[in-house]
Write a protein that binds this ligand. Sequence first.
Ligand code: LMR
Length: 328
Amino acid sequence: LLAAVAAATFAFAGPALAEDCQDGEIVIKFSHVVAASGHPKGDAATLLAKRVNEEMNGKACMQVFPNSQLFDDDKVMEALLLGDVQLAAPSLAKFEAYTLKYRLFDLPFLFQDLDAVERFTTSDAGKGLLNAMTDVGFVGLGYWSSGLKQFSANKPLLLPTDAAGLKFRIQTSDVAEAMIKAMGANAQKLAFKEVYGALQTGVVDGQENSWSNTYTQKFFEVQDGISETNHQLLAYLLVTSQEWLDSLEPDVREQFLKITDEVTAAANAAVAGEEAKNRQRILDAGATIRQLTPEQRQAWVEAMKPVWTQFEDDIGQDLIDAAVASNT
Ligand code: LMR
């Protein structure tokens, strides 16, 4: 019976669970929704597990559950508080139930590139935001960048007016909803794992995501093309519960946090390269990528400006100014 249970557990969890934990080790379960490899988050999670399992052997043991196989992003936060998992990395767009400050990261055309994101997230203002949810029991361990987002749809999109009347899948973010409305389009919030099916069956006409998600989820297969809008950041918060972190012995916590810091730095240094590779893989698969002229890009920027005004009170002008300053 035990063997059957073990086999069933393994089949459910997939190869990422191959790490067997020993008695006495602290088990660290990390649940996420993207591909296990070939994706900035999937690869960072694997690297983190590798380092914890090598360097903390006997003390701690990390198991990674990719591809939404354990929890969706809307359930994983609850699971952290219940102690069912110890680590998650939802996108910063998905924390609205806990803080409105992270709406900052969703403002369209806020960051000019990933270097600006790195400058902001390593600044005092950026680091301060890791603690925006301590009142509800969560603590941010680091930001994992994943790239800028591009729009895709079942028709060519060169100007925001091309999107009028279309329905776009969005993450659970009111900023994204406002952005889609500003384009004269309709927004539908859907879990990540439902996006491919929704595009394929025409439940939605389009979506917006990073090159890595568009490639690894094969969204390009069921879209007319992808427009290189670079309109918004996709980045994650590596998050845990304060209670779990506090439960660790000080030396164990220190070693674990040192490893997470180093993996965060390595992951963020690799992300632009990984995004470029996945952009190229989409082209190699025969999909169409449309680049915008400076005039076309400006039309998107103008269309989305009202979104900033709508959310500036939730975020705070000081934070917006600090993020904008990171572009220079
Ligand atoms: C999405 O829902 O589109 C993304 O947040 C998924 C992810 O984790 O990259």
